[in-house]
Design a protein around this ligand. Structure first.
Ligand code: DC
Length: 221
């Protein structure tokens, strides 16, 4: 079977990981959550007591950070299971400056590209179609209104016991989208050859089916 790369980019809480996980299962691809990698790096800095706006201090940690994404969705940093911690509000806040640090991005992008060399992948993030995998066979830019995204994330967090009101989540989503779109290096933006998928009025099953349709139309085995 031909090796395939699928890039799913889009703003915060657009449901990219939910869809990518399901599509990966159906198609037999490896799912790579690049946001979890930026979150894990941030967790390491927070855990060390660093000021996450101090670029020199955060970048100096590169040799000390080993991030692993396990098949079941677990995220490890230097062997610690931080799957739940990385979804907490303190990480949402601090990930914004950390993910703007070019050396941190280059460090993580290198690992992301190596993963995509090994097997067929579906990778979600902000810069996958534009920067990480510019030759991906399939590029999707998944969007939904900020209110819709915040409400979905609020419900998901409630189920998982992660704190935060709807209003706080809406504010966080808008803040991160603005910062991610305006950063100088590898900002959030649709690749020119990406397909725009607005999921505001679609349920999960409809989005999964649509993504599979798009993959099948682009990838003729
Ligand atoms: O997808 P997410 O919300 O878990 O990502 C967390 C943060 O990481 C997000 O606010 C922006 C950053 N990020 C990034 O800059 N580039 C990526 N490819 C993925 C995430």
């Amino acid at each position: 079977m031909k090796k395939v790369s699928v890039a799913i980019d889009g703003p915060a809480a657009a449901g990219k990981s939910t869809i990518a996980k399901k599509v990966a299962e159906i198609k037999g691809y490896t799912y790579i959550d690049t946001g979890a990698m930026y979150r894990a790096y941030t967790w390491h800095c927070v855990n060390k007591g660093l000021d996450c706006t101090d670029e020199a201090a955060c970048v100096a940690e590169i040799p000390n950070v080993n991030i692993e994404l396990l098949p079941g969705g677990k995220v490890l940093c230097n062997g610690n299971d931080i799957t739940r911690e990385i979804r907490m509000p303190i990480i949402n806040k601090n990930v914004t400056p950390v993910c703007q640090m070019k050396p941190v991005r280059l460090f993580l992008v290198d690992q992301q590209r190596k993963m995509a060399e090994k097997s067929s992948v579906i990778m979600d993030g902000r810069d996958i179609g534009t920067y990480v995998l510019p030759n991906a066979e399939v590029k999707i830019f998944q969007v939904a209104s900020p209110e819709c995204r915040a409400m979905r994330r609020y419900k998901e967090n409630q189920e998982k016991g992660i704190p935060g009101t709807y209003e706080e989540i809406l504010e966080d989503v808008n803040r991160r989208d603005k910062a991610d779109s305006e950063r100088a290096f590898a900002p959030l933006k649709p690749a020119e050859d990406s397909i725009l998928l607005d999921t505001s009025d679609m349920n999960i099953e409809q989005v999964v089916n649509r993504v599979i349709e798009i993959i099948d139309s682009k990838v003729k085995e």
